[in-house]
Design a protein around this ligand. Structure first.
Ligand code: AMP
Length: 584
C-alpha cells in the first residue's frame, strides 16, 4: 500500500490534521471527539513543553511563558523566549507539527513521513519557505504547500467536474482573507485574494473584553492591572461570543475575579446578541469591502460568482452570513465544518498525491429549514404568520439554535408556538410539524422576551423549548422524525393543500386557526394592526372609499372595545380588501 500523506491546516489560532482513509477524509481527533489543536506552545512548571489545549490553559496563568499566533511571525528573523532558550518561528511551528504528526501516527498505527500543509494565499515566498522548514524540522517531507482557499474549495468540490467561480470568505481567530477561486476540471486556482492579517475572532473578543472592563470599572474595580484577571476575562469573552452564535443572550460570570481592598469582586453581566452585533458591525463592514476589492482584483463582478464558501471558526457568527447574503444576493455555503474544511481539503490534495481515490466529503446536514411564525411586517402589512427560520437548511447536525421573540399585547399570558419545516416566507406555505402553548406568562407590558430553542440531532429528533426570559418559566416538546417526516413531493402536496384553502380569499390575512382562543387573539392583533394601517393610508383613498374605511374602522374599534370577536371578522376582511387595493 502507498505511504500515507497527511493534510495539515497550520492555523494562527488552531491547527488540524486529516487523512484519506478508504476513499473518505477523516479529520483526526486530538482528544476523543475533539479534532482541534489550539496553536499554542507553552513551558510547564517542570520545564517540559506543552502543546495545544494544555498550553492554551497555561496562557491564562502564565502568559509570559506561552506562545500563541506563531504563524504571524513565520518568515521573520524573530527569536522567541521560552524558559532559558530562544527559538525561531520555524521551531515553534515545528513543535505544533510534531504533535500533529504523532496524533496521525497513533490514529493510523503506522509512521508518517509526508504532509501537505496549507498557507494563506497572501503568504510570501519567505513565509512559505519557513513553513516548509518547520515541516522538515518536525520530520515531515512537505510534499506540497497549498493555499488555504484552494483547500477549502477542494473540500467542497472533490470529484466535481464543474466549472465554477467561488468566493472563499475565511475569517479565523486572527486573520481575515477573501479569495476568488476558479475551479475547472479539478484544477483550482486563486484568481485574487485580499484581506487583513490582523482581523479575526480575537478582535471580536476584544470588543467584549472592553465592554466587560468598562462594566467593572463602573463598579470601581479595575481589572487591567491584573494580568490573570484579564486572561480570565478574555476567555470568558470568547466563550460568550461563541454562545451568542447559537442563542440570543448569554450571561457572563466569573467569580472572585479581583480583590478590592480585601473584598472579592465577581463579574456577572448579561450580553444580548443584538448589542454584540453592534460592537462588531464596523469589522464586518471592513470584510465586505475586502470582498469587493478581491472581486475587482479578479476582474469579476458579483454576478460572475457561483458560490460563496465560509471558512474559519469566526464565520459561525450568524450576522456574517446575513450580511454576506444581503450584500451579494447569493446563498452562502457552510456545510463543510468551517473549522475543518481547510484540513479536509489538504487531506484531499494529499490523497490525490498518494494516488488514492477520494470521494466527496460526507457531512450530516439538515436538508430543510426549521422555524416558527411571528407577527411581522410582510409586504407592508403586519402579518401574523411571517416565517422566521431558526435552523437553516444545510446546517451540520446536531445543532441547537435559539432566537428571541416578544409578546405583542400588554398582559399577554399565553403564546402559541408553531414549528414549521420549509423555506417559504409565509409560514402557512410550510409544513407545521409541531405546536404547543405556553401559559401563565407574567402580566407585563408587551415586549416580554420569550426565547425559543430548537435542537435537532442526527436521528431527526427535535426538542423545542420556549422560555419566558425574565422568569425562566418554560415548556418543551419533542418532535420525532423531524427530518424524515416530509419528502419534497409531500411538501408540494401540502403547499397545494394550503393554497387551495386560500383560493377564494387570497388576500385575507387571517387563517382560521385550529385553536379558538389563539384564533381570537390573532384576529384581535390583526384588527388593531389593520386600523393603524388604515389610518396611515386614509389620505390616499378615494372619497367614497374613505367614508367606507372610516365606518369599518369604527366598527372594528367598537367590536374591540366590547370584546365582541364575532363582530370583528366581517369588517376586518372588508377593510383588508380595501387596503389591499389601495396598496396595489
Ligand atoms: P480558526 O482560526 O479558523 O480556528 O477560528 C478560530 C476563531 O473562531 C476564534 O476566534 C474562535 O473564537 C472563533 N469561533 C469558534 N467557534 C465560534 C462560534 N461558534 N461562533 C463565533 N466564533 C467562533
Amino acid at each position: 500500500m502507498a505511504e500515507k500523506i497527511i493534510g495539515i491546516d497550520l492555523g494562527t489560532t488552531n491547527s488540524e490534521v486529516a487523512v484519506v482513509e478508504n476513499g473518505r477524509v477523516t479529520v483526526i481527533d486530538i482528544t476523543p471527539g475533539h479534532p482541534i489543536l489550539p496553536s499554542f506552545v507553552s513551558l510547564a512548571d517542570d520545564g517540559s513543553i506543552l502543546v495545544g489545549e494544555p498550553a492554551k490553559n497555561q496562557y491564562v496563568l502564565y502568559p509570559e511563558r506561552t506562545i500563541k499566533s506563531i504563524k504571524r511571525r513565520m518568515g521573520s528573523a524573530d527569536q522567541l523566549e521560552l524558559g532559558d532558550a530562544h527559538y525561531s518561528p520555524q521551531e515553534i511551528s515545528a513543535i505544533i507539527l510534531r504533535r500533529l504528526k504523532e496524533i496521525a501516527e497513533a490514529h493510523l498505527g503506522e509512521p508518517v513521513h509526508k504532509a501537505v500543509i496549507t498557507v494563506p494565499a497572501y503568504f510570501s515566498d519567505a513565509q512559505r519557505q519557513a513553513t516548509r522548514e518547520a515541516g522538515e524540522i518536525a520530520g515531515l517531507e512537505v510534499m506540497r504547500i497549498i493555499n488555504e482557499p484552494t483547500a477549502a474549495a477542494l473540500s467542497y468540490e472533490a470529484n466535481h467536474q464543474d466549472h465554477k467561480k467561488v468566493l472563499v470568505y475565511d475569517l479565523g481567530g486572527g486573520t481575515f482573507d477573501v479569495s476568488v477561486v476558479s475551479i475547472e476540471d479539478n484544477v483550482v486556482e486563486v484568481l485574487a485574494s485580499h484581506g487583513n492579517n490582523h482581523l479575526g475572532g480575537d478582535d471580536f473578543d476584544a470588543k467584549i473584553v472592553a465592554h466587560l472592563v468598562e462594566h467593572l470599572k463602573s463598579q470601581s474595580a479595575d481589572p487591567t492591572t491584573s494580568r490573570k484577571a484579564m486572561a480570565r476575562i478574555t476567555r470568558a469573552a470568547e466563550n460568550a461570543k461563541i454562545a451568542l452564535s447559537d442563542q440570543p443572550y448569554v450571561r457572563i460570570e466569573e467569580e472572585y475575579l479581583l480583590d478590592k481592598a480585601g473584598t472579592p469582586v465577581n463579574l456577572s453581566l448579561e450580553l444580548a446578541r443584538h448589542d454584540y452585533e453592534a460592537m462588531i458591525h464596523g469589522y464586518i463592514d471592513e470584510t465586505l469591502e475586502a470582498v469587493h476589492i478581491a472581486l475587482k482584483g479578479a476582474n469579476l463582478t458579483v454576478s460572475d460568482i457561483d458560490e460563496v464558501l465560509l471558512v474559519g471558526g469566526a464565520t459561525r457568527t450568524p450576522v456574517i452570513t446575513e450580511r454576506l447574503e444581503a450584500d451579494l444576493g447569493l446563498t452562502v455555503r457552510a456545510e463543510v465544518n468551517p473549522d475543518l474544511c481547510v484540513a479536509t481539503g489538504a487531506a484531499i490534495q494529499a490523497g490525490m498525491l498518494a494516488g488514492e481515490a477520494v470521494s466527496a466529503v460526507l457531512v450530516d446536514i439538515t436538508p430543510y429549514t426549521f422555524g416558527t411564525s411571528a407577527l411581522s411586517d410582510r409586504n407592508g402589512f403586519p402579518y401574523p404568520f411571517t416565517y422566521v427560520p431558526i435552523i437553516h437548511k444545510n446546517t451540520p447536525i446536531p445543532v441547537t439554535k435559539s432566537e428571541v421573540f416578544y409578546t405583542v399585547v400588554d398582559r399577554q399570558e399565553v403564546v402559541e408556538v408553531d414549528i414549521y419545516q420549509g423555506e417559504d416566507p409565509d409560514a402557512l406555505n410550510n409544513i407545521e410539524i409541531g405546536k404547543f402553548t405556553v401559559e401563565n406568562l407574567s402580566k407585563v407590558p408587551s415586549g416580554n422576551p420569550i426565547v425559543l430553542q430548537l435542537s435537532l440531532d442526527v436521528n431527526g429528533i427535535m426538542n423545542v423549548t420556549a422560555r419566558e426570559k425574565n422568569t425562566g418559566l418554560e415548556k418543551s416538546i419533542r418532535i420525532d422524525n423531524a427530518l424524515t417526516h416530509f419528502q419534497e413531493g409531500e411538501l408540494q402536496t401540502a403547499r397545494d393543500r394550503v393554497n387551495a384553502l386560500f383560493a377564494d380569499e387570497e388576500h385575507v390575512l387571517v387563517k382560521p386557526a385550529a385553536n379558538a382562543a389563539t384564533s381570537d387573539h390573532q384576529l384581535t392583533v390583526q384588527a388593531k394592526a389593520l386600523v393603524e394601517k388604515a389610518e396611515r393610508l386614509l389620505d390616499r383613498a378615494a372619497e367614497e372609499d374613505r367614508e367606507e374605511m372610516i365606518n369599518l374602522m369604527e366598527s372594528i374599534k367598537d367590536a374591540l372595545r366590547e370584546e365582541d370577536i364575532d363582530a370583528l371578522a366581517e369588517p376586518v376582511a372588508t377593510l383588508s380588501d380595501i387596503l389591499f387595493y389601495l396598496e396595489s
